[in-house]
Structures are given as structure tokens and as C-alpha cells.
Write a protein that binds this ligand. Structure first.
Ligand SMILES: [Fe+2]
Length: 223
């Protein structure tokens, strides 16, 4: 769901507490603080580029590869939010996997035949779990659009696979303001595409000044 900018900024300030590494937020019982029923995040196709071979360096920072010099090219972004159930209750210890194209629109995958270059410093895959408040955060590069066929260019997006005791959930996150969003048949097929689109915003003071930040909550269908 697209939140208005004011609300998104407030959520960003809340979530930045995690980015700073100190969980200082007052503990709130979200079952009482949130509406009784939330719009579930729409599911999306897995797509053809889930990693065949997962990298050894599996973590929440895709912009550096352990043991290798250099940083990934492109616009660095943080993506953060909460995983929750339909009643807004946080889901801790949810395993989140993400995979995406690099800043040139190329996946590190043997079946990606696009001519765009690989970036040897970009991880392309991340793996992490939510904390006890259901929160997650990762650092990556804003992916570029890429051609999926002769007449279809996919808008920038990040693939998510979320595994919990009750859910195996696959979806894709998109960025607000991308003209290709309006033409994408996969995004259009979502039962509620607003649940899949988030805003990129300037960083809070505790983050690097050249990054952008997206806050994106994920509402799973089962507790
Ligand atoms: Fe994709």
C-alpha cells in the first residue's frame, strides 16, 4: 500500500532506529495499535532468476562481497520494514531471501542473456531473518529495468521469498514513480498492486548521506 509521504517519513524515522543498530523503540503491542485487519501483500511470480547457486556471502548487505575489495556500482539503498500478519501482529524469525538485477539491469544468473554488464562487486542475493518485532533491513543497489522479452521491459523491482512456520510467500517490490510500472503486466496482475510499491526517500541523519531509503511492510496471509 502506498502510504502518504508524511506517514512514510514517520515510518522511516521509526525504522531508522534499527538502521542505527539500537533497538530503542518502545515496545508496542501491534495487535492493539494497528487496525484489526490489514490488506495482505499481493503475491507475485517467482520469475526465472532465483539463484541456481547461492553465494557463500549470504547476508543483508548486497553492496559488498566478503573477502573482495570494492563496492557495488549504482545508487545504494536501504530497504526496511516489518513482516506481520493480517491483524498487524509482528512475525519474528521470518526468513527473507531477496534477489535482484544490478544497476545495469543484469542478474547474476546463467540464464540471464541480457547484454547489460555484470557487476563483480554486487551480491545479487540476500538472506536474513526478522527480529522479535518482525522487522527487517537490508542494504542493496537500486536495480535497473531490464528487457524480459522483445516487447516487455520490466520496471525496477526486488524479488522476495519469505518463509515462516505458516507461510511460503513469494512477491516483488517496486518503486513509486517509475513510468514502467504502468506498463508492466506482472505488476498489473497483482490483486492489489499498491501493496507492492514503495517510495524512495532521503536518508535519516544516522545513515550515509548518499543513500536512499524505502520502508516497505509485508502482510502475510497466515499467522
Ligand atoms: Fe526480476
Amino acid at each position: 500500500m502506498i502510504e502518504d509521504l508524511t506517514l512514510s517519513r514517520r515510518r522511516l524515522l521509526e525504522m531508522s532506529v534499527i538502521a542505527g543498530g539500537a533497538l530503542l523503540l518502545p515496545r508496542v503491542d501491534l495487535a492493539f495499535a494497528q487496525p484489526a485487519e490489514r490488506m495482505p501483500t499481493s503475491e507475485q511470480a517467482m520469475g526465472p532468476f532465483y539463484p541456481v547457486t547461492k553465494p557463500i556471502d549470504q547476508d543483508a548487505d548486497l553492496t559488498v562481497i566478503a573477502g573482495k575489495p570494492g563496492k557495488a556500482q549504482g545508487q545504494a539503498i536501504y530497504v526496511m520494514g516489518r513482516v506481520m500478519d493480517l491483524k498487524g501482529r509482528p512475525i519474528p524469525n521470518a526468513q527473507i531471501e531477496i534477489w535482484q538485477a544490478n544497476t545495469f539491469g543484469r542478474y547474476t544468473h546463467p540464464n540471464d542473456r541480457n547484454s547489460a554488464p555484470l557487476d563483480p562487486s554486487f551480491e545479487g542475493y540476500g538472506l536474513f531473518v526478522t527480529d522479535q518485532e518482525g522487522r527487517y533491513r537490508f542494504k542493496t543497489i537500486k536495480p535497473a529495468a531490464y528487457p524480459a522479452s522483445a516487447d516487455w521491459v520490466r520496471p525496477p523491482h526486488i524479488h522476495f521469498q519469505i518463509t515462516t512456520k505458516a507461510n511460503w510467500f513469494v512477491t516483488q517490490m517496486y518503486f513509486a514513480g517509475e513510468p514502467l510500472n504502468e506498463k508492466d503486466s506482472l505488476l498489473a496482475s497483482a490483486s492489489n498492486k499498491e501493496t507492492l510499491i514503495t517510495q524512495l526517500m532521503p536518508p535519516t541523519k544516522d545513515l550515509e548521506p548518499d543513500v536512499l531509503v524505502a520502508v516497505w511492510d509485508i502482510v502475510l496471509p497466515r499467522s
